[in-house]
Design a protein around this ligand. Sequence first.
Ligand SMILES: *Cc1c(COP(=O)(O)O)cnc(C)c1O
Length: 382
Amino acid sequence: MHTIPFNKPYLTGRETQYIQEAVASGKISGDGIFTKKCHDFFKQQYGFSSLLTTSCTDALELAALLLEIREGDEVIAPSYTFVSTVNAFVLRGAKIVFADSEAHSPNIDVAQIESLISPRTKAIVVVHYAGMACDMDKVMDIAERHNLFVVEDAAQAIDAYYQSEKHQKPIALGRMGELAAFSFHETKNIISGEGGMLVVNDAQYFKRAEIIREKGTNRSAFFRGEIDKYGWVDVGSSFLPSDIIAAFLYAQLENLEAIQRRRREIWHRYYTALKPLEQTGYIQLPTIPVYATNNAHMFYLLCENLEQRSALIAHLKSQGISAVFHYLSLHKSPFYQSKHDGRHLPHCDRYADTLLRLPMFYELTEVQQDRVISSIKSFFNA
Ligand SMILES: *Cc1c(COP(=O)(O)O)cnc(C)c1O
């Protein structure tokens, strides 16, 4: 019996060719020709003013530095997320005020945000879980009224959109907060092994973002010929990736449309096949809000409870299928539990206990997918 992995990184074909070209160009440190090609692609495709980073985690750390988050500041974020969403701000000394998820999705419960704001609140960090948009009109409205920054953790949200009531055309996720962070980790739709990107939507931050990303120096401006020597002008770190990473990423970007088309196909095939199980009440399937598009980053279902999910994982494993749960509530984590203010976040806990992610990758065949589907059905005797 062949095993079906949860994820398999997809190489579109040109990755190693472009890496060779980068190597042959004689400049493989950061901000080489492929980094520029990626930046241009993102500008053209989504209107992003972007800076590639070595990870989404780094992009978030860069965001926290840019917004001058410091000791005593509070940052509102969902508890159902990856640690990096909040670690970036904890590193600057901020206190995280965790919000619950929505009843119908793991995204932050926007209706709860306002009650969590205090005079110390500096920023709201939203996570577009599974690439499905948070209700950004509401988030931006709250932020504006309370003078708060918004950072979008768009790690899973490449090629996904939000339909704002204020605009006719859908807006790309990552285009609405002052800053947004994307990931190109091998588990995401578009990959470079490790990799990420900061998107700067408030132009006043762009120059400083470049400087912090380049060890606190104005080397980026120097390379563009804008100044005749560069030096230490600010705080900073090394957040820029080698052009080898960008070369890999560019090969992926050239195939973005095909990758997305196939992933959406797989997603809808799961959805259609599992719908009867939802209708008979065995499981719950994702709901896509009217204001969100689906970038097919992930296919998840919700079990009834933790015991049932564990049994289903074991059942699938016995059939050679790797399905995995996702986040554990951060407000209950060993690191943050004692710092959390004690509020119960029941929806977050429910997703931590019941959410199950199915194998989802470009090269998943229909035969493999049918095996996953029939194994789930046999578990429920359906
Ligand atoms: C993957 C992910 C990250 C981390 O991305 P890296 O590129 O691995 O640093 C952060 N937040 C969310 C929501 C993610 O899914």
